[in-house]
Ligand binder design. Structure first.
Ligand code: FES
Ligand SMILES: [Fe+2]
Length: 415
């Protein structure tokens, strides 16, 4: 695994934004955290362009955002482009270190692309060139002495970066708290998985937005109440409600950045097959995890950018980004393809492609059931009759998400 260069505070200008009257009006109608369980958030949180801009600057630009996997940065010169909070950035591998930096040229601010693997980073407009750590190395026709001076002073601003189990996270806030402690509650669910020599298969990135707010998307993911009704035939094997047992929630403490639920499977070693969750999955079970892990699914939401499902034969993950109040991109086996961690022994199976196709078919069936629900939820938010509805006992994760949001909004609104 690559060694990460831990960046200190970077020379990024602090993000400043004004909180408009429209946003203040919405913020004033948020319940206190202690009452987050009582009612839904105001519908405008999901429909107001001004509120989305507030979230983008106040939440996304201050959160840890997953932009990919270390497998995408395996070799010197590998790079990833991403746009956390709409900000173009590049993550590079230079020898044994990974670096994140703003992809904004120090000349006149053109966006610098990266194409997967390259020796240097080059601005397309006037060919100012940077090394893989972001230091300026060349500026054509600027003059020898001037260029020498620029080489001393100019570099692409570094951005905070942290690896978590091979996931590459960045944070535009130079003063953000470290990521790993905020995900401590997820650690027990990793037990035994990495002993199986997991290989990360990044998702194909979505190129079309989904027409709903990002919160509608992750609420659908984390909602233990709806599978019984929406996912008939595809999710019955992993029910939230059973005569004995059923969904289990985890505590949410201040500073936690993970919202977790676990559901039992009717039999051990189930997983994703052609018709959704079932008894004879496409891939064999991971033998290094416990018997308890081999009979359950754990759904982990890491707001605002990622979701994961720990299954007996794989960990599936989704990368999420939002570009407008009703434009959400999701990349995973539900929406595009890939987004898996699997044992090398599974990835190297001769019929891997056929098996992966089965997973995609099953995932697509579940997703097809969710799409109309998300469309309907977004439409309902815009209705004059939109409720400040209540939450039932199967919706603990939604209440936890509300607490997370209320806290993030309050931090963002601080002068
Ligand atoms: S803007 Fe990048 S080289 Fe001119
Ligand atoms: Fe669903």
């Amino acid at each position: 695994m690559a060694i990460v260069e831990t960046q200190g505070p970077s020379p990024i200008n602090p993000v400043t934004f004004t909180t408009s009257e429209a946003v203040l009006d919405i913020l004033n109608r948020l319940p206190p955290e202690a009452e987050a369980a009582d009612r839904m958030l105001p519908a405008e949180c999901y429909t107001s362009p001004a509120f989305f801009e507030f979230e983008r600057q106040g939440v996304f630009a201050r959160s840890w955002i997953c932009v990919g996997r270390v497998e995408q940065l395996a070799n010197h010169g590998d790079c990833i482009s991403a746009q956390p909070a709409g900000e173009p950035i590049i993550v590079t591998r230079s020898n044994d270190k990974i670096h994140a930096m703003a992809a904004i040229c120090r000349h006149r601010g053109q966006v610098i692309p990266c194409t997967g693997n390259q020796k240097t980073l080059r601005c397309p407009l006037h060919y100012w060139t940077y090394d893989l750590e972001g230091r300026l190395i060349g500026a054509p026709h600027i003059g020898r002495e001037e260029t020498a001076a620029l080489r001393r002073s100019e570099r692409l601003p570094p951005i905070r970066l942290e690896l978590w189990h091979g996931f590459v996270f960045v944070n535009l806030d130079p003063n953000a708290e470290p990521l790993a402690p905020s995900l401590a509650k997820v650690e027990p669910f990793w037990a035994g998985y990495e002993a199986a020599d997991l290989v990360g298969i990044p998702p194909k990135l979505a190129d079309k937005p989904l027409p709903w707010n990002w919160k509608v998307h992750v609420e659908n993911f984390t909602d233990a109440y709806h599978p019984e009704f929406v996912h008939r035939g595809t999710h019955d094997f992993a029910p939230s409600v059973l005569a004995e047992g059923g969904v289990v929630f985890t505590d949410m403490k201040p500073g936690d950045n993970a919202i977790v639920r676990t559901v039992p499977m009717l039999k051990p070693d189930g997983g994703m097959m052609r018709d959704g969750w079932g008894e004879n999955p496409a891939f064999p079970p991971i033998t290094t995890i416990s018997a308890a892990q081999r009979q359950r699914l754990t759904f982990v939401m890491i707001p605002p950018s990622m979701t994961m499902v720990f299954a007996p034969n794989a960990i599936a993950f989704t990368l999420i980004s939002a570009t407008a109040v009703e434009e959400t991109y999701a990349s995973s086996d539900r929406q595009t393809a890939g987004g898996w961690l699997m044992p090398r022994s599974s990835v190297e199976l001769a019929d891997f492609r056929e098996r992966a196709a089965m997973v995609l078919e099953g995932g697509a069936k579940i997703w097809a059931q969710d799409v109309p629900e998300n469309m309907g939820m977004q439409k309902g938010k815009k209705s004059r009759f939109a409720p400040r509805g209540i939450y039932g006992p199967l919706e603990t994760t939604l209440v936890q998400f509300n607490v997370w949001l209320i806290n993030a909004y309050k931090q963002a609104a601080k002068p």
